[in-house]
Ligand binder design. Structure first.
Ligand SMILES: [Zn+2]
Length: 432
């Protein structure tokens, strides 16, 4: 995933000070160097996840939400999420990030738009530091409750002034704009159907003032578009444009129902997209026009989306699903395995506004995934495209900033068993 998309056989990658300093011909090993022997493996950039709701990993496979469309699914889950608090936010984020790490993901965004019982964005930031992934948390929000014609219950919405104040607080406390940053904060009102027009506009103004990125859900399904037409008198793309929500510092999740004019608008303005194929399938939302978006020049990254609508958090599986869906719509040549990997790496980096990750190249950060191609899944494969066509579906080693997060298939930054235990216990308590 360098500029020439080189595929190097039997090469070395040297990482020093968190940064890749050499890629290519084998080099002598300096004493004191830690060596990872990747013979029989495929080495790719760490994958980049551009849309998630980590808290939802505690509400997977909830019976009443298994077979509903988006709005009904939300209405089933809102009252359950309203019972969560800081401890649940932290544990669910650790579980979600651990799962992502084991699927080769080195950088993840998160979209946290509800803050019940004292929960804060800080809870998920703590979790990311413990797991060791590069993290782009976004301060989400909901402000239009049911009594005001919105979808969420009134107990889950916040005052708009308080939302903006907390956005400023978390940006000032945590956002790092430097090259190689481990943490960047974004601003992310949940969706046009859960916040006011004023909050959308003010959020865009604040984000530009602070130099941070903007994120929300857009045109997820037909209900979403119908709501926009009825409430705002325009399609989602027009609504976004009117409120300052287009531009190279904006990435929208889903965009399943963008029409050709909206695709042209996004391409013209440099607006990016987080494509979430499994969630779109799970909620019956449809298939996003990713081929048309890519052909128009839109930056498209992948998102596993929240684990209440996937319900996996496996980013390599997401790349495979993206490839398969475009083929189902437009034919077997519509998306190659290599292009799907490009979306999962360079595409994700573009959506998050980063040029220092998503590639293996001298000067890029030391975020590297090592895939064992000698296991049963890839046995008998003739080409490296097997990573997406066959498997493995879990990473062998994962480095972030040169530090081992997964080694020999095991999460090494923090023990996994206590996370699973806490997750199970808290999910049971939420179920009452
Ligand atoms: Zn989402």
């Amino acid at each position: 995933m360098d500029a020439q998309r080189r595929e190097i056989v039997d090469g070395d990658i040297v990482i020093h000070g968190g940064c890749i300093v050499h890629v290519g011909a084998p080099v002598p090993v300096a004493s004191g160097t830690q060596v990872i022997d990747a013979r029989g493996c495929l080495v790719t950039p760490g994958l980049v996840n551009t849309h998630h709701h980590l808290y939802q990993s505690m509400t997977r496979a909830v019976p009443g939400a298994q077979d509903a469309l988006l709005f009904g699914w939300l209405e089933t889950l809102y009252p359950i999420w309203a019972r969560m608090g800081p401890a649940e936010m932290r544990v669910s984020a650790m579980a979600g990030l651990a799962e992502l790490a084991l699927s080769g993901c080195s950088t993840s965004s998160d979209h946290l738009y509800l803050y019940p019982n004292g929960a804060r964005l800080d809870d998920t930031i703590e979790a990311a530091r413990e797991i060791g992934l590069r993290f782009h948390p976004t301060r989400g929000a909901m402000s239009i409750g049911r009594s005001a014609g919105g979808l969420p219950p009134d107990s889950l919405v916040e005052r708009e002034a308080a939302i903006l104040e907390d956005c400023i607080r978390v940006i000032d406390a945590f956002h790092d704009s430097a090259e190689g940053a481990m943490l960047r904060v974004g601003i992310a009102p949940c969706s046009p159907f859960s916040v006011s027009r004023e909050l959308m506009r003010d959020a865009a103004i604040l984000a530009r003032d602070k130099g941070v990125r903007l994120h929300t859900h857009l045109a997820e399904n037909e209900e979403d578009v119908a709501y926009s037409l009825e409430r705002f008198g325009c399609r989602p793309g027009q609504y976004a444009q009117d409120l300052g929500w287009t531009g190279p510092d904006v990435w929208h999740a889903h965009c399943v129902r963008l029409d050709p004019a909206e695709i042209a608008l996004f391409a013209r303005t440099g607006t990016c997209v987080a494509h979430c194929p499994c969630s779109n399938c799970r909620l019956g939302s449809g298939i996003a026009p990713v081929r048309a978006m890519r052909d128009a020049g839109i930056g498209v990254g992948l998102g596993v989306d929240g684990s209440a609508s996937n319900d996996q958090g496996n980013l390599l599986a997401e790349a495979r699903q993206a490839m398969l869906l475009q083929r189902a719509v437009s034919g077997a040549a519509a998306m190659s395995a290599r292009e799907a990997l490009e979306i999962a790496t360079l595409g994700g980096a573009a959506a998050l506004g980063r040029t220092d990750i998503g590639r293996i190249e001298a000067g890029a950060r030391g975020d590297v995934a090592v895939w064992d191609m000698q296991g049963i899944e890839a046995a008998g494969s003739w080409d490296l495209a097997a990573l997406l066509l066959a498997g493995p579906m879990r990473v062998r080693d994962l480095l972030v900033e040169g530090r081992p997060i997964v080694a020999e298939g095991t999460l090494v930054s923090t023990p996994l068993a206590p996370i699973i235990d806490a997750q199970r216990r808290m999910a049971r308590a939420l179920a009452g």
